[in-house]
Design a protein around this ligand. Structure first.
Ligand code: TRP
Length: 335
């Protein structure tokens, strides 16, 4: 396959958790070997959630970069950059806003769901409603043709494609149309420790990449299992059982896991035993990440340099796109 330009990103509203790891970090580590990959720390998008969390967002820029680096995203292969340091992205967003209707934004299923989750009710920040437009600007400014997404972000890419077609239709062929690359498999969508559909940074139901061994043990012990499994001898159920959902996503010993599942369903396996296995599996995954995290925490200056160098590289790409956009829109000359 010919190399493509990949854009991926995270809102720095908090640290990254094992859901991010399985859903996107693993992919980034693969994609960076075959493609030109940019990892955007989307601090402006994070502010659309809640403008008042500016201080936390600023702190989390470095934390999110550290999570990516610790998980194996390699700054020699992937370009890290900070959204707010690339004002071209905001400029392009402003042009794109003329190409979408308010009704279309309100119909976007991703935005609709998030509005319900965040409890905005009638006080939806206009910036939040418009974040898919800003994301369309991110994607096209980087000339990305491949955007890895979870299922929930697919409508954002569909909206990007509509905007690209509208722009190219009106101003002439200027922007690259992207494709979504859907993450699949048991790790693509990790539920919360409490059994809720989504593991969320702010929902209190996440295992973070930086959690200590003790925190990990405590969280795994509290994971939702099977309320009908009262006695060890009772038959257990796998659906809705968080411990098995996580084992499905992370346990490399598939044979052993299949055997444990049939024993659990028959009855006679304690939840303590399945949790012990899960703790072991996750601790093996997180131990090296935790170690690299600590090294990076001790050298934050190096992390900041990675962000600055990457942003400088990104700057030349997005500036080139914006120059083309201004020419296409007849904004580059006064008469
Ligand atoms: N929407 C992504 C998230 O929720 C972050 C993001 C911002 C992004 N801009 C992007 C992802 C561009 C891919 C491409 O975390």
């Amino acid at each position: 396959m010919a190399p493509q330009v990949v854009l991926t990103g995270d809102r720095p509203t908090g640290r990254l958790h094992i859901g991010h790891y399985a859903g996107s970090l693993v992919q980034r580590v693969e994609l960076q070997n075959e493609h030109r990959q940019y990892v955007l720390v989307a601090d402006l998008q994070a502010l659309t959630d809640d403008a008042k969390q500016a201080q936390a967002v600023r702190r989390n820029i470095v934390e999110v970069a550290i999570d990516n680096l610790a998980a194996g995203v390699d700054p020699a292969k992937s370009t890290f950059c900070v959204q707010s340091r690339l004002p071209e992205l905001a400029e392009l967003t402003f042009y794109f806003l003329n190409l979408v209707t308010v009704a279309r934004l309100q119909r976007n299923p991703t935005v609709k769901l998030e509005i319900a989750q965040k409890g905005f009710r009638r006080s939806i920040p206009a910036g939040f409603l418009c974040y898919p437009v800003s994301q369309a600007a991110d994607i096209t400014a980087f000339k990305a043709d491949l955007v890895p997404v979870g299922e929930d972000q697919v409508p954002v890419i569909e909206q990007t494609i509509e905007i690209v077609r509208a722009f190219n239709g009106i101003y002439g062929d200027t922007l690259v149309e992207p494709k979504a690359r859907l993450s699949t498999g048991p790790g693509a969508r990790i539920c919360g420790l409490d059994g809720r559909a989504k593991m969320g940074k702010s929902l209190g139901n996440a295992i973070f990449l930086g959690d200590s061994e003790d925190e990990l043990r405590r969280k795994v012990r509290a994971a939702f299992t099977d309320p009908r499994h009262l006695r060890v001898s009772d038959p257990g159920h796998l659906e809705g059982n968080v411990v098995f959902a996580y084992l499905d996503a992370f346990d490399p010993d598939r044979q052993g896991l299949a055997e444990l599942k049939s024993a659990y369903v028959r009855g006679g396996v304690a939840d303590g035993a399945t949790k012990e296995r899960l703790f072991r599996v996750l601790n093996e995954l997180l131990t090296p990440i935790r170690r690299r995290r600590r090294e990076l925490e001790d050298d934050r200056a190096a992390v900041i340099r990675i962000l600055e160098d990457g942003t400088a590289q990104a700057k030349s790409v997005v500036a080139d796109t914006l120059a083309r956009v201004r020419t296409a829109m007849r904004l580059d000359e006064l008469v």
